[in-house]
Design a protein around this ligand. Structure first.
Ligand code: FAD
Ligand code: DHB
Length: 394
């Protein structure tokens, strides 16, 4: 099999890259190890930055997003039993949109199939080879048969556990990593959201986040231990913990209960590899970096990467040489590190650190108070939260 750009992984990064390149008249093949039903049902991120919404809208993917997405102009920070609203729109002129990652994935799959562009499910990338030549290739297995995809360019959009990053000799990659001493227990419940906007709560018992997927589907997260045993969390215990962490001074909780439809524990880490490229292999999204979920940057970063990568591939395709591709890694990393910084900072600001000394605890509260009372403090949070501008290519 032969194509111009071989894309490994049909998550947001791989599918959007395929979509942008298809619109630019560039041939692609997207390979995904999982079945279609699996990737369309995987509940993960849910908050789109304004820039992500703009990219999807400008490339014909805005219909359902604008119909069903919930546009938010602010968030609430809760600590010491009091809520403080950060007016995102007033401070930045930008908004964020709640629209599940799996909905973005469904829209991208539908667009690709409607365009008749190749998208192979249950096709497992096995090895990326000949990266330093003009004909990189991917061996993959589908229906028990091994095949080879010859390309001009390979895009590793295969997530944190994919194979593409490992195809780069370890000595050529620099890894930066931080593993946090806590995780998130997430639930999806058939209940109305706690509020019309998101609530991020810092509490002595640990962090809690009340978000949503629709006006009748609540999504909540609780800080827990990384090795937390879900079996130890009955529905009653989950609700009691959410009420306790979200309660105001008067003891009233905004959380509304309903049947819990899904639950899971997500580990938290910061991770970056540099460079995001070896020869003709380019990494994008979680294949190259992971952020802790506080601040919702994961999927938005994947989108920002592929916008830069698609532009660079298009320039190369139009005969303008490799300059933008050569700059891809450093261009993308400028934004990635700012999102890493923000995600680390939001995580440090809002979580309980066991064994943290009382001084750090007081500084954490002072910083929250500063953000809520200072226009400069609020603006710093707001402009990062709604998303920094997509990096212009040099
Ligand atoms: P992925 O979505 O991981 O896509 C990679 C794709 O490659 C997958 O479909 C995978 O099946 C496929 N693949 C892997 N290996 C191969 C192979 N060998 N051959 C072919 N295909 C392969 N972010 C937030 O902002 N907020 C959240 O609440 C949040 N929750 C999350 C919960 C979980 C459990 C996880 C794992 C992530 C969460 N994230 C969250 C992060 C966010 O979902 C990711 O940043 C986003 O999915 C990145 O998109 P991606 O396309 O780079 O990678
Ligand atoms: C969601 C997840 C986040 O990590 C976040 O900061 C905001 C929203 C969500 O799943 O809706």
């Amino acid at each position: 099999m032969r194509t111009q750009v071989g894309i490994v992984g049909a998550g947001p990064a791989g599918l959007l890259l395929g979509h942008l390149l298809h619109r630019a008249g560039i041939e692609t093949v997207v390979l995904e190890v999982r079945p279609r039903a699996h990737v369309e049902a995987r509940i993960r991120a849910g908050l789109l930055e304004q820039g992500t919404v703009d990219v999807l809208t400008a490339t014909g993917l805005g219909d359902r997003l604008h119909r069903e997405g919930l546009v938010h102009e602010g968030i609430e920070l809760r600590f010491d039993g009091e809520g403080h609203r950060i007016d995102l729109a007033g401070l930045t002129g930008k908004r964020v949109t709640i629209y599940g990652q799996q909905e973005v994935v469904k829209d991208l799959i539908a667009a690709r199939l409607a365009a008749g562009a190749p998208l192979l499910f249950e096709a497992e990338g096995l090895a990326a080879q000949d990266l330093d030549t003009e004909r990189p290739r991917l061996t993959f297995r589908q229906d028990g048969r091994e095949q080879v995809l010859d390309c001009d360019i390979l895009a590793g959009c295969d997530g944190f556990h994919g194979i593409c990053r490992d195809a780069i000799p370890a000595g050529l990659l620099r890894t930066y990593e931080r593993i946090y001493p806590f995780a998130w227990l997430g639930i999806l419940a058939a209940a109305p959201p706690a509020s019309h906007e998101l609530i991020y709560a810092r509490h002595e018992r640990g962090f809690a986040l009340a978000t949503m997927r629709s006006n009748s589907l609540a999504r909540h997260y609780l800080q827990c231990r990384p090795e937390e045993d879900l079996a130890a969390w009955s529905d009653d215990r989950i609700w009691a913990e959410l009420h306790a962490r979200m309660a105001g001074r008067d003891g009233a909780s905004p959380i509304k209960e309903g049947p819990i439809l899904q639950r899971g524990v997500t580990a938290m880490r910061s991770f970056v590899v540099e460079p995001m490229r070896q020869g003709r292999l380019f990494l994008a999204g979680d294949a190259a970096h992971i952020v802790p979920p506080t601040g919702a940057k994961g999927m938005n970063l994947a989108v920002a990467d592929v916008v830069v990568l698609a532009r660079a591939i298009e320039a190369w395709h139009r005969g303008r040489g490799m300059a933008l591709l050569d700059a891809y890694s450093s261009t993308a990393l400028r934004r990635i590190w700012k999102a890493q910084r923000f995600s680390w900072w939001m995580t440090s600001l809002l979580h309980r650190f066991d064994g943290g000394d009382p001084f750090e605890h007081k500084v954490q509260l002072a910083e929250l108070d500063y953000i809520c009372r200072s226009a400069a403090g609020a603006l710093t949070l707001a402009e990062n939260y709604v998303g920094l501008p997509l990096e212009a290519a040099p």
